[in-house]
Design a protein around this ligand. Structure first.
Ligand code: UDP
Length: 423
């Protein structure tokens, strides 16, 4: 059977203080008819990137409300991940060549894992393209099968999409973050729209004492009492690390005390990371106020939390972004974000709510300067951003939407299918 991942024991009741009584009561109501249902989530990695961030909480909370939920992995090897990263880039719009050999690698790995697939489930949720072929390779497996796409497919390269589409069409339902992400030729029984979420109680997002925040930063070579710009992202060209460094340099000409930290983890399914990390180091050069840190420097969830709390402005200057959990993570800490006007970022940052949307490096520079120079504006935007996250982007809302979709598939009642509307 596919490798199982440990899931933290969570209690929905402890989310009442942030999500509110009503939200928790609705979840319990929706979970009642699903009691005992066997749910399986499958993705490619337990570490790195947004999906691995969401699944522990989602699975843990599903268990707490009475579902028999599991999280399992389809961990490929380097050859497979080279192909799936290419596929991922193609789905985000890059011109990539999925030649016959690469297609074979994808198929062979998928077949190997499909052969290991065991068990009877009521709901199987397959996340992203890496394990997407499992459904078509196990057509007689029980339960309702859902493909959860975390990627923005708006500009998908036709070759990459053409490769994935028949696999997706074997599912009972597909979930996208936004209606815009769905390619018009997709034919699937049920289409649902669900935004991702952050866990307000996880080590990444829980409250931290200011003294601890300062201590973490000092130890990692950053002065918490000088202005700090921060981007937390996998090392990936779509996150535009070079643009972030250029914006920081332009800001520094006006505000010489400013610092920049780039915090980036290495995901196990992302072979590009190391090459890009070295490119960024080279581009950054010798600047004592520019720190580049990875999980290999001991930057785990708690340290990311501390950095996000210490930052004056968080950047997420992505060129393409399925959602961008890092935006909600920063907003939840009351820190405004300068974010790329792409994908899921505009859902999180509105007019004067949570920060500024930008397209160019010059716009990012101007937005950082505006925010760094105006304490009240930063504070106001941070508070409004936090409330937007509380209403829309916490794990409880995500859990509610999954339960609605499971009930819709169980009863055939289409009115329960989540539409992604924001509160
Ligand atoms: N992340 C982290 N350490 C890092 C870089 C990223 O913990 O050094 C986390 C980040 O806090 C967020 C997730 O990885 O929770 C990235 O999710 P996002 O949706 O922003 O982007 P993705 O990596 O899925 O494209």
């Amino acid at each position: 059977m596919l490798e199982e991942v440990n899931v933290p024991p969570l209690s929905l009741s402890s989310y009442e203080a942030t999500a509110g009584q009503e939200a928790v009561a609705e979840i319990r109501r929706l979970a009642e008819p699903l009691r005992g249902a066997r749910v399986l989530h499958v993705n490619a990695t337990k570490f790195g990137g947004g999906v691995a961030e969401i699944l522990p909480t989602l699975t843990g909370l599903m268990r707490d409300v009475g579902l028999d939920a599991e999280w399992r992995l389809m961990p490929g090897d380097e050859r497979f991940y080279n192909v799936t990263k290419l596929l991922h880039n193609g789905l985000q719009g890059m011109a990539v060549a999925l030649d016959a050999e690469r297609r074979d690698t994808y198929r062979e790995t998928s077949e190997r894992f499909a052969a290991q697939f065991e068990g009877d489930y009521d709901y199987v949720v397959i996340h992203d393209p890496q394990p997407a072929a499992l459904r078509s390779l196990r057509p007689s497996a029980t339960g309702k099968w859902i493909w959860r796409c975390h990627i923005d497919l708006t500009a998908a390269n036709p070759d990459a999409w053409g490769f994935v589409r028949p696999m997706v069409e074997a599912y009972d339902a597909a979930i996208f973050t936004l209606p815009d992400y769905v390619q018009p030729d997709l034919r699937v029984g049920v289409l649902a729209y669900v935004a991702p979420s952050i866990d307000p109680l996880s080590p990444k997002n829980m409250p931290l004492e200011p003294a601890l925040v300062d201590d973490v930063l000092y130890r990692l070579g950053v002065d918490p009492h000088r202005p700090l710009l921060l981007q937390v992202s996998r090392f990936d060209p779509w996150k535009d690390p070079q643009g972030v460094i250029e914006a920081y340099r332009a800001v520094k000409r006006e505000i010489p005390q400013v610092q920049l930290s780039l915090v980036g983890s290495m995901a196990t399914d992302d072979p590009e990371g190391w090459r890009i990390y070295r490119d960024i180091l080279r581009f950054a050069g010798q600047d004592p106020d520019l720190t580049i840190l990875t999980n290999l420097d001991g930057v785990g969830a708690l340290e990311v939390n501390a950095f996000q709390r210490a930052a004056d402005v968080v950047l997420q200057k992505s060129l393409r972004e399925g959602f961008g959990l890092t935006v909600s993570e920063a907003l939840w800490k009351g820190v405004p974000v300068v974010g790329g006007r792409v994908g899921g970022i505009p859902m999180q940052i509105g007019e004067d709510v949570g920060g500024r949307l930008v397209t160019t490096t010059d716009e990012a520079t101007a937005a950082c300067l505006e925010l760094l120079r105006d304490d009240q504006l930063r504070h106001r935007m941070g508070i409004a951003g936090r409330e937007r996250v509380r209403r829309n982007f916490l794990s409880t809302r995500n859990l509610r939407d999954y339960l609605r979709l499971f009930n819709a598939l169980r009863t055939g009642d289409r009115s329960l299918v989540p539409t992604g509307e924001l509160a």
